[in-house]
Design a protein around this ligand. Structure first.
Ligand code: DX5
Ligand code: ZN
Length: 234
């Protein structure tokens, strides 16, 4: 399989905002996605939970398929499911652009990454807060993105785990010649996004910071301002 990650460098310059629809109003999902797209979001983050790998149930490929018709933004599907190999193809067929699986959810991580690439999607690997970066060593040359969970997965609106700053910095050092993106997910807000950017993160998942705000556009603007501060610190 041809390695796809070689053209990823341009993504990371100013930081990408990926609003998580987990915190959106599900009764108005299409409108919510349009609103954040119009406000300048870069990706739409789709949190998929199976009630087994994490203690919550959310959405499946049908939601991804429906969203595909309302937005042009890349759909960033974060699979918090057991046996992710069963779900790669359905999500790819539904229109996922990025598919991220948890290292803890499969004993065949290498195989699942190749499966994602064979479905013509970009492949991400996510680590729970308690999982060591060493779990990634043997796949760093084939992943397009590493997602650092900065909360325990399962729910939006949780408090950012402070140790994640150091984890992002250590992962950034491990990048070397491997051009994968670093995504951070959980508890991100205008106050901590700049620091994460300055430590090397490229993609920022933002749920409640965007969808709990009265004005989505203002919330996105504040996060962008936070990102600019991070760029200045670099
Ligand atoms: C947690 C999810 C996150 C979460 C982000 O399991 O993966 O995407 O919804 O929401 P906030 O930004 O509210 O922590
Ligand atoms: Zn997520």
């Amino acid at each position: 399989m041809q390695k796809k990650s070689t053209q990823l460098g341009h993504f990371s310059k100013s930081g990408l905002l990926a609003p998580s629809i987990l915190s959106a109003n599900f009764a108005k999902l299409g409108e919510e996605v349009k609103a954040v797209e119009d406000a300048g979001a870069d990706w739409i983050h789709v949190d998929v939970m199976d009630g087994h790998f994490v203690p919550n149930l959310t959405m499946g490929p049908m939601v991804v398929q429906a969203l595909k018709s309302v937005t042009k933004l890349p759909l960033d599907c974060h699979l918090m499911v057991s046996q992710p190999e069963l779900w790669v193809e359905p999500f790819a067929q539904a229109g996922a652009d990025w598919i991220t699986v948890h290292a803890e959810s499969t004993v065949h991580l290498n195989r699942v990454i190749h499966q994602i690439h064979e479905c013509k999607c970009k492949a991400g690997v996510s680590l729970n807060p308690a999982t060591s970066l060493t779990q990634l060593e043997e796949v760093l040359d084939i992943v397009d993105m590493v997602l650092i969970m900065s909360v325990n997965p399962g729910f939006g609106g949780q408090k950012f785990i402070e140790n994640s700053f150091d984890k992002v910095a250590r992962l950034n050092k491990m990048r070397g010649q491997h051009p994968f993106l670093i995504e951070v997910d959980g508890g991100i807000n205008a106050a901590n996004i700049g620091q994460l950017k300055s430590l090397g993160a490229d993609v920022f998942v933002v749920g409640s910071a965007v969808f709990s705000a009265d004005n989505r556009a203002n919330a996105i603007q504040k996060l962008r301002a936070g990102l600019c501060n991070g760029l200045r610190e670099k």
